[in-house]
Design a protein around this ligand. Sequence first.
Ligand SMILES: [Zn+2]
Length: 204
Amino acid sequence: MKVAIVIGHNENTGARSVTGVDEWVWNRKVAQLLAVNLKRLGIESVIYLRDPDLVYTAAMKKLARQIKADRCTVGVDLHFNYYKRGHSANGFEFLYWWASRSSRKMAQCFAKEFGNIFDILPRKGRWFSGWVAGAKMLWLRSWNKRKADQRRGAEICYYTHCPFIICEPGFASNYDEWDKLEMNHKEVAEAYAMGVMRFKNLYL
Ligand SMILES: [Zn+2]
């Protein structure tokens, strides 16, 4: 097993939390700690940065090519959620490309482990019976929308060759939720490492 850890965005291009923390900066720390956690568990990983000189789609395609060339077997893209209009939006979600069953299973593993460790609810949504709340599919209707940001990063999940998910541990625009996340990079990284382990033990 080899885990691709993609840090979402570049510095100053992602969202900013209610306390002014940059999405890329925060997730860089999580990425480094996740790599340490995985190493401790005997799992190899590689950290990837988005090419700042490319537009979104080209950058995602390049990442997918690199991840394949490095023979990674699973991957995560690290983000946090942000809602511009108000502070009430809340909840964690782990996003996967709708047609990838293995990615769905991995998202479910992450949602379970993250939900066990953090006092944060899954993002509200229409969860089908038998599905794990907080594991959300990215599907064609989203894909067809014109604005890239509305595709919610579906492209990285689509282009990658292996099980791949986007991690959204909560809303940085929500004071209560951000308070639970801001200084807890370590716990977030632990939850993600447990998610990887759960997926490995159950499905690989
Ligand atoms: Zn993001």
